[in-house]
Design a protein around this ligand. Structure first.
Ligand code: HEM
Length: 512
C-alpha cells in the first residue's frame, strides 16, 4: 500500500514538475530540453550564470533559428534571434507586448516593486505619461550645472591621484560620481559620495548591486511558485527601509510640497498635489473599441517606488557604461588620444568650461561610449510578455497570453552578422555617417519602442560629462602586464575578468 502511495506521489510530482513542457514541441519550435520544476533555468536559479549569459548561450547554440523556446521554471519563454521579429515585438506590435512581466504575479505586494520598470498595464502607462516630462531636454539642460559640479569634483580626485602616480579604481570612482549626481538631480541632496566612500547613498548603491543568497532564494521561490510566495519581498528589507527613510526625510523637509528645486522628488510631489493619475486604459476597452478610463492614486508608496527606480535603473547602468568606456580607452591609446584631442578642441571653443552644448559637440567621445555599450551592455537582455494570442509574422506559430519574450541584447551586439570583428573596440562604427548601416534592432543598449529606457538621454549625457572631465586632464593607462580581456572572456563567469586602470584590479560583475 505504502509502495503504491509513494509511486502515486512520484507520478503526481513528476506531472506537476513537467506540466506544459511539451508546449514548444507541439508548436514545432526548436527548444532547450527542460528538467522537472526548474525547466531550462537550473544554472540561473543557482546563480552560476546570469540571465543575460543564459540568453546568449541559447542564441549561439541555435545559429539557424529565428526563435528558440526555453522554460524558466514552468514559465514558457521565447528567445528571439531575428532583428526583424524583434522590431515587430518592440515596435509594430507593441499592443501585444506592452508588459515586461518581471513580477510573475498579478497582485504586487512588494511596495518598491510598484516602480515604472516593474509594473505593467494601466499603472505603467499612467506612470510613464506622468514621469516623461522629468526627462525632457529642458529638464536635462536645467540639471546640467549639477552634473558639471560633480564632473569637476571627479576630475579633481583623478588629478590628485595622477599627481602622486596613484592607482585609481575607476569602477568605484564612476559609481561615486553617478551616486552623487543621482542624489543631486533626483533628490536635491548632496550625497557626498565623492568625498566619503561610505556615505549612506554609496552603501545603498553597493548593496543594490549585490545578489545575496537571500535574494537568490527569494527570486527562485517567487519564480517557481509565484502564488505560494506572493508575500515575499523581492527587494531586501534593508534596501526598502533606506529608500523609505530617504524619501520621508526629504519630503518632510519640504512639507510634502514641491520646493521649486525641480528635481525628481519635486516632480512626484507635484503629481501628488494634482490628485489621481487619470488616462486612457491600455488594457480595457468599451464595446466600440475606445479605451476605458484608468486611474491610480499617487500615494507615498507609489512615490517611493519611483524614487527607488530612479536610483536602481540609473545608477549601475550609467556608472558601468562610463567605467567600461574608460576601460576600453585605457586599452586603446590611439583612440584615447583622439578623444582627448577632441575634448581639448571643443572645450577651447567654450572658454574651457564643460556645459551641455560642449558635451553635445564631443562626437568622437560619444562614438567611443556607444561602442563600449555595444561591447558591454549594462542590460544584457530585454523582457516582454505576450498579452494576447499572437502569430509570429511570417510563420504559423501562435503563442499564447503570458508567454515571456527574451531579447538577447548582449548576444546580438557580439554577432559578426551585424558587427564585423565584433570583439574589437571600433568607435568608428558609430560615426554618424555609418550609423544608418547598423541593422535596426541589432543594437539595443537602451531598449526600443514605448518601453525603452526613459532615462536614456540623462544617462547618456551625464556619462559623457564625467568622461569628458576625466579625459580632459588625465591620461589613462592599464597595468602593462595585463592581457586585453575580450568581452566573451569577461563574461565567461560572473567573477572572471579584471578591470585594470593605472594598475588597480577590480572584479567585474554582470548587472542582470
Ligand atoms: C547608460 C545608462 C543607461 C542604460 C544603458 C539603460 C538601459 C535601459 C534598458 C535597456 C532598459 C529596458 C528597455 C526595454 O525594455 O526596452 C531601461 C529601462 C528603464 N530605464 Fe534605463 N538605462 C540607463 C540609464 C537610466 C537612467 C539614468 C534612468 C533614470 C534615472 C533610467 C531609468 C529607466 C527606467 C525607469 C526604465 C523602465 C522604463 C519603462 O518600462 O517604461 N535608466 N534602461
Amino acid at each position: 500500500m505504502l509502495f503504491v502511495a509513494v509511486c502515486f506521489l512520484i507520478v503526481v510530482l513528476y506531472w506537476y514538475g513537467t506540466r506544459g513542457y511539451d508546449y514548444w514541441a507541439k508548436k514545432g519550435v526548436a527548444y532547450e530540453k527542460p528538467i522537472p520544476f526548474v525547466g531550462t533555468a537550473l544554472r540561473q536559479f543557482t546563480q552560476r550564470v546570469s540571465l543575460a549569459q543564459a540568453a546568449e548561450e541559447v542564441y549561439r547554440k541555435y545559429p539557424n533559428e529565428r526563435y528558440v523556446g526555453t522554460f524558466l521554471g514552468s514559465q514558457k519563454s521565447l528567445v528571439i534571434r531575428d532583428p526583424e521579429l524583434i522590431k515587430s515585438i518592440l515596435l509594430t506590435d507593441f499592443m501585444y507586448f506592452h508588459k515586461r512581466a518581471v513580477l510573475l504575479q498579478e497582485t504586487v505586494t512588494d511596495p518598491l516593486a510598484r516602480n515604472l520598470f516593474s509594473v505593467d498595464g494601466d499603472l505603467w502607462k499612467l506612470l510613464r505619461q506622468r514621469l516623461t516630462p522629468a526627462f525632457s531636454t529642458g529638464k536635462l539642460k536645467a540639471m546640467f550645472p549639477l552634473i558639471v559640479e560633480r564632473a569637476v569634483k571627479v576630475q579633481d580626485l583623478a588629478d590628485e591621484a595622477a599627481k602622486i602616480g596613484a592607482t585609481v579604481d575607476v569602477k568605484d570612482l564612476m559609481a561615486r560620481y553617478t551616486t552623487d549626481f543621482i542624489g543631486a538631480c533626483g533628490f536635491g541632496i548632496d550625497m557626498e559620495s565623492l568625498e566619503d566612500e561610505n556615505s549612506l547613498f554609496r552603501k545603498l548603491g553597493r548593496r543594490m548591486n549585490i545578489i545575496t543568497p537571500r535574494d537568490a532564494v527569494v527570486f527562485m521561490l517567487k519564480t517557481l511558485f509565484p502564488k505560494i510566495f506572493k508575500n515575499l519581498h523581492l527587494i531586501a528589507p534593508e534596501i526598502e527601509n533606506t529608500v523609505f527613510h530617504l524619501f520621508e526625510t526629504v519630503a518632510k523637509q519640504r512639507n510634502y510640497k514641491p520646493s521649486g528645486r525641480n528635481d525628481f522628488i519635486d516632480l512626484l510631489l507635484t503629481l501628488k498635489e494634482k490628485g489621481k493619475l487619470v488616462g486612457d486604459s491600455i488594457e480595457n476597452f468599451n464595446p466600440d473599441g475606445t479605451p476605458k478610463v484608468a486611474e491610480a492614486e499617487m500615494d507615498v508608496e507609489l512615490m517611493v517606488a519611483q524614487v527607488f527606480v530612479f536610483f536602481a535603473a540609473g545608477f549601475e547602468t550609467s556608472s558601468s557604461s562610463s567605467s567600461y568606456t574608460l576601460h576600453q580607452l585605457a586599452f586603446h591609446p590611439e583612440e584615447q588620444k583622439k578623444v582627448q584631442n577632441e575634448i581639448d578642441d571643443v572645450l577651447s571653443r567654450y572658454d574651457n568650461k564643460l556645459c551641455y552644448d560642449a558635451v553635445k559637440d564631443m562626437k568622437y567621445l560619444e562614438m567611443a561610449f556607444l561602442e563600449s555599450l555595444r561591447l558591454f551592455p549594462p542590460v544584457g537582455f530585454l523582457l516582454r510578455s505576450c498579452t494576447k494570442k499572437y502569430t509570429l509574422p511570417g510563420t504559423n506559430v501562435t503563442i499564447d497570453k503570458g508567454v515571456s519574450i527574451t531579447i538577447p541584447v548582449q548576444a546580438l551586439h557580439l554577432d559578426e552578422k551585424y558587427f564585423k570583428d565584433p570583439e574589437k573596440f571600433i568607435p568608428e562604427r558609430f560615426n554618424p555617417d555609418r550609423i544608418k548601416d547598423i541593422e535596426k534592432c541589432s543594437y539595443l543598449p537602451f531598449g526600443e519602442g514605448p518601453r525603452a529606457c526613459i532615462g536614456e538621454r540623462l544617462g547618456h549625457m551625464q556619462s559623457l560629462a564625467g568622461l569628458a572631465a576625466l579625459l580632459h586632464s588625465t591620461r589613462w593607462s592599464r597595468r602593462p602586464t595585463l592581457r586585453h580581456p575580450s568581452p566573451t572572456r569577461l563574461r565567461g563567469t560572473q567573477k572572471e575578468g579584471y578591470l585594470c586602470i593605472k594598475g588597480e584590479l577590480e572584479e567585474l560583475k554582470t548587472t542582470y
